[in-house]
Design a protein around this ligand. Structure first.
Ligand SMILES: [Zn+2]
Length: 182
């Protein structure tokens, strides 16, 4: 979906919640989530044991993918009915895809950063090493990454702690842009 930067917070998340509420009512077998205006949908189905997945030709996974394609059409129609334009980031139904710069392998249960996101993360951390002074706002932008990517990179979450310490407790709006020595 396309939304401007200014609407990408409270009002938009309420709106997106509404979309999922409608979806749950009409197609409870479809789950989903969203980050700002990027939405992801998945099909719930019963565990059928260790299998070779879509790429390995598992008949059950193939049957599930057919159902998922039908449900995708339903979701697309629903979004059209709500006048929600879809962007060209649409990914075909499958067990492997990229969402928000993260490889999602739903067959093996793995999440992995794309090379581009990994490089950006390293570049941001290297940049932190050059800081002599920083504002809480600068620190909070980098802190979000070890937290958000903790599902993809084992043991990265504790690296958010130095940022938490630097940012400290509740502050006034002005404090967010006040520089202090790192
Ligand atoms: Zn299977």
């Amino acid at each position: 979906m396309h939304f401007g930067g200014k609407t990408s917070n409270g009002p938009l998340s309420l709106f997106v919640d509404g979309v999922f509420r409608i979806l749950r009512k009409h197609a409870p077998e479809v789950g989903g989530g969203g980050f700002v205006d990027d939405l992801i949908f998945w099909l719930f189905f019963l565990w059928h044991g260790v299998c070779s997945g879509l790429t390995g030709g598992c008949a059950q996974c193939i049957a599930n993918a057919e159902v998922a394609k039908k449900r995708e059409r339903f979701v697309d129609d629903m979004l059209d009915e709500l006048h929600l334009e879809r962007s060209d980031k649409d990914v075909p139904v499958g067990q492997l895809g990229i969402f928000l710069g993260v490889w999602i392998d739903s067959h093996n249960g793995r999440l992995k950063l794309t090379d581009a996101k990994w490089e950006k993360l390293l570049a941001d951390l290297r940049m932190v090493m050059t800081w002599e002074e920083a504002t809480p706002r600068m620190a909070s932008k980098v802190r979000g990454k070890p937290i958000n990517y903790s599902e993809c990179i084992i043991m990265i979450r504790p690296f958010a702690v130095p940022f938490n310490v630097f940012i400290g407790g509740a502050r006034t709006v002005g404090d967010w842009d006040t520089s202090t020595r790192v």
